[in-house]
Design a protein around this ligand. Structure first.
Ligand SMILES: [Zn+2]
Length: 394
C-alpha cells in the first residue's frame, strides 16, 4: 500500500517535470538542454532524460548542432507542432465552421457548412462534418488529440452541455457526451466568446497577457469573453460575459431579452446599419462591409455612422474597463474590420468616462484570427488542456 503511494508520487513528480520541460520547449524553442535546465531549475541529467522521452514520443525534434566562430554549440531541440492535430468547431446559428489545426494552431483544413434549425439534423450534420475533418487530418504520431466546440449560447463547461442557444433553437443538448460517444475522442464544449478569448490569449492578439477582454460584435449582438488572471471567467451558470444586455439607457427601447436600453441595441451592426440607412434615406439595408468600404472612400454619412457606433461601443467598454482593468481589449466580429474608424471614438469615450483610464496602459486591437477566432480558440482549449493538465499523460 505504502509502496504504491510512493510510486504514485514519483509518477506525479515525473509528469510535472515532463510537462514543465515540454512547455519550456514549446514556448522558448529552439532551445538547448542546458538552457532548459537553467530555466526549469532541474538538473541536467533529469532534463536530458525528459527530452529523450519527449523525442521518443515525437513531441520534440532535435534540430542539429549549430556551428559558430567559438566552436560547436549544443544541439537544440524544438517542439514538433505536427506531432498531432485537433478539430475545432464553431457552432453558430445557421452555419458551423470546422477546422483541423496542428498543435501550434496552424490551420491545415477548414470548411463552413450551412446547418438546420432542427436539433436532430444539427447533431447529424455535426457528426458528418467531424467525419470529414478526420479524413482531412494528415497522419501524425498522436493523431487527433481532441475536439473543441465553441457554441453561440450558454454552456455548462463542466458537463459540456449546451444549456440554451435561443437563436439556434437548441436547449439542454449534451454535446460533449454525444460527440465523445460517436467519436471516442475527448471533447470540450464552451461558449464561443470564451473559446475566442482562449485562442487569442494562446496564439493571437492577446498572447501572453493575463488580463484581457474579448468583445464579439456581430449581427447576433454583443458577447464578451473574460480572461482574468490567466483564466477564463465563466460565472456560476456559464453566462458571465452576457454584457450586451447591460443597461446603458434606462429609458431606452425594449430589447428581446426583456430589458430596456441594452448596450447591444446601440452598438451592434444592426444599429450601425439602421443609423446609416436613416442618414442616407435608404430603403434596403447595406452590409456592414459596404459601409466600411464607403467610409474608406470618404463617405461622410458612413464615417459618422461608424464614429457613433464607436462611441456607443466605448460607453459599454467604459463599464468593462472600470470592472476588469484589462491590459488588452480584443474586438472580434463584423466591426473588427472597421478598426480604423471605431478605435479613436472608443479611446476618446473611454478617456471621458473612465476615471483611471490611460490609453497607453490599455491596448484595443482587432482579433488576430478573424472569422476563425471561435473555432481556433476551441482547438486551443484542447491544446491547453493537453499540455498544462498533469492528469493528461504526455
Ligand atoms: Zn437586452
Amino acid at each position: 500500500m505504502i509502496k504504491r503511494d510512493i510510486t504514485g508520487d514519483a509518477d506525479l513528480i515525473k509528469q510535472i517535470n515532463l510537462t514543465l520541460v515540454m512547455n519550456i520547449i514549446r514556448e522558448k524553442g529552439p532551445i538547448s538542454r542546458i538552457e532548459i535546465a537553467k530555466i526549469s531549475k532541474l538538473n541536467k541529467a533529469t532534463v536530458s532524460s525528459m527530452v529523450e522521452e519527449l523525442i521518443y514520443k515525437r513531441y520534440v525534434m532535435e534540430i542539429g548542432e549549430v556551428k559558430s566562430k567559438r566552436g560547436r554549440r549544443p544541439t537544440l531541440v524544438n517542439f514538433n507542432g505536427d506531432a498531432g492535430h485537433v478539430i475545432g468547431i464553431e457552432l453558430n446559428v445557421g452555419f458551423m465552421t470546422v477546422i483541423v489545426v496542428n498543435l501550434n494552431a496552424s490551420v491545415h483544413w477548414k470548411k463552413t457548412y450551412p446547418i438546420s434549425t432542427d436539433e436532430k439534423e444539427i447533431v447529424a450534420q455535426l457528426f458528418k462534418s467531424i467525419d470529414e475533418a478526420r479524413e482531412a487530418a494528415p497522419a501524425s504520431a498522436l493523431g487527433i488529440i481532441g475536439i473543441g466546440i465553441g457554441v453561440v449560447g450558454i454552456v455548462n463547461h463542466q458537463t459540456g452541455t449546451l444549456v440554451i442557444a435561443p437563436n439556434a433553437g437548441l436547449q439542454n443538448l449534451p454535446l460533449k457526451h454525444l460527440v465523445e460517444t460517436y467519436t471516442g475522442i475527448q471533447t470540450f464544449v464552451d461558449n464561443d466568446c470564451n473559446t475566442s478569448v482562449i485562442g487569442e490569449s494562446t496564439f493571437g492578439a492577446g498572447k501572453g497577457r493575463n488580463q484581457q477582454i474579448l468583445i464579439s460584435v456581430t449581427n447576433r449582438g454583443i458577447g464578451v469573453g473574460i480572461f482574468i488572471d490567466g483564466k477564463v471567467f465563466r460565472g456560476q451558470d456559464g453566462f458571465a460575459g452576457e454584457m450586451g444586455h447591460m443597461t446603458i439607457n434606462m429609458e431606452g427601447p425594449r430589447c428581446n431579452c426583456g430589458n430596456r436600453g441594452c448596450w447591444e441595441l446601440y452598438s451592434s451592426p444592426q444599429a450601425l446599419i439602421r443609423n446609416f440607412m436613416k442618414s442616407k434615406n435608404l430603403e434596403s439595408p447595406p452590409k456592414v462591409g459596404e459601409i466600411i468600404d464607403l467610409a474608406n472612400q470618404g463617405d461622410n454619412e458612413a464615417i459618422t455612422a461608424l464614429t457613433e457606433t464607436g462611441e456607443f461601443l466605448g460607453i459599454g467598454l467604459a463599464n468593462v474597463v472600470n470592472t476588469f482593468n484589462p491590459e488588452v481589449i480584443i474586438i472580434r466580429g463584423d466591426m473588427a474590420r472597421a478598426d480604423k474608424w471605431i478605435l479613436n471614438p472608443i479611446h476618446r469615450t473611454l478617456s471621458e468616462r473612465c476615471y483611471f483610464y490611460s490609453s497607453t496602459r490599455i491596448e484595443i486591437v482587432p482579433s488576430r484570427f478573424g472569422e476563425l477566432a471561435a473555432s481556433i480558440g476551441a482547438a486551443c482549449e484542447v491544446i491547453h488542456y493537453w499540455f498544462y493538465s498533469y492528469e493528461q499523460k504526455l
